[in-house]
Design a protein around this ligand. Structure first.
Ligand code: ZN
Length: 363
């Protein structure tokens, strides 16, 4: 498994570099076909082709093993952040998020085949290439495969060095608020101008007040832009905000409140665009039942599995939002996803692959 993670990390695959990503996709297709799967590419214009691999099994509906093969690291990152194995850790771009998860998929399928001669139930593997940039291009494929699946196992990284599974994730939305005023010379015609920046600045506290930590609702104005020159009253300003919600029912409420924002300066206009990108993954009874199975299996393997609710979204949000039992965070254990010190704990690889294999049998 270490060799496989190293091989996958060695082929850089940023979301925004189709040629590079496609190289990894074809390598992966070969690896899964080597285990007897049938690989199919879903062509994507601006991203790597999304990879689906179908494995036949003894009975029932397939389990969907879901993940992504894109990373946030541009080509060339390996030069400053090489793949290294030291002190039981394997580090490198994408090692944790989520090339170790893909390695576990391979190991779980290989293990099941070695043990039973055939898979106890069909498995569909879906590895998308645009998860790190919002999954717009792959969402439909994820939805259509999830719809026909018994359960979805997401091999995204686990949480913390204890390797907690993720049984709840916040939903993620993005909005852009644009304020329009009137430009004027700040010296000659000050009174004729209507400042869009001032208008936007007054809206930001209003937006921030919609945050409700107790309910798991947060709004972050993360990007602000406006104005043209220091001596011009700014006619335009925009703010982009990241919205996170723990419960679906808060989504419409926040959306309505944002769309109802009124300008303080009546001579300015406000325009809001955007919406929810991924629904929250709520801890439904289906999710809880799946976690219970996972923790029983882990117990047999001699370890105590924990669960956590997290603020970040993944494609598990999409499948859980459809009501398909989904378990996330089954992948690598480590730290530093998207950061220069990204690493996994090598010792966790086999037992977590075993957990995935046993879950395929148990669902
Ligand atoms: Zn990821």
């Amino acid at each position: 498994m270490v060799q496989t993670v190293r091989q996958l990390v060695g082929v850089e695959s940023p979301s925004d570099n189709k040629a590079a990503a496609d190289r990894l996709a074809s390598l992966l297709a070969g690896r899964f076909e080597g285990l007897g799967g049938h690989a199919k590419f879903h062509r994507a214009q601006d991203f790597g082709d999304h990879l689906q691999v179908d494995f036949p099994g003894k009975r029932g509906k397939p389990v969907l093993l879901l993940g992504h093969y894109d990373t946030v690291y541009p080509v060339g990152t390996l030069a400053s952040m090489p793949c290294r194995v030291t002190d039981g850790r394997l580090s490198g771009p994408g090692a944790l998020d989520m090339k170790s998860g893909i390695t576990m998929m391979l190991a779980a399928i290989e293990g099941l085949l070695a043990w039973h001669g055939e898979l106890p139930r069909p498995i569909t593997v879906l590895l998308v290439s645009d998860e790190e940039v919002g999954s717009d291009s792959s969402r439909r494929i994820t939805e259509s495969l999830a719809k026909n699946s018994e359960a979805v196992l997401v091999l995204e990284p686990s949480l913390g060095l204890q390797g907690a599974l993720k049984t709840a994730r916040k939903g993620v939305g993005e909005y852009t608020l644009k304020a329009t005023g009137k430009a004027a010379h700040s010296g000659l015609d000050f009174e004729k101008g209507q400042s869009a920046i001032l208008e936007l600045a007054r809206q930001i506290p209003v937006i921030s007040k919609l945050t409700n930590l107790r309910r798991g609702v947060t709004l972050n104005v993360g990007l602000v832009r406006g104005g043209t020159r220091v001596n011009v009253i700014p006619a335009e300003a925009t703010a982009t905000l990241d919205v996170r919600i723990a419960h679906m029912k808060d989504a419409t409420d926040i959306d309505r409140k944002l769309r109802r924002l009124k300008p303080f300066n009546r001579k300015c206009k406000l325009e809001i665009k955007g919406g929810l990108n991924r629904p929250p993954m709520e801890r439904t009874t289906g999710v809880a039942a799946l976690f219970k199975k996972a923790s029983e299996i882990a117990k047999q393997l001699g370890w105590k599995l924990t669960e956590a609710a997290v603020g970040g979204g993944s494609d598990g949000n999409i499948t859980a939002g459809m009501g398909i039992p989904t378990l996330d965070g089954l992948g690598g254990v480590g730290d530093g996803a998207h950061a220069p010190h990204e690493f996994i704990l090598i010792s966790e690889l086999p037992r977590r692959a075993a957990l995935v294999a046993a879950l395929v049998e148990a669902v």
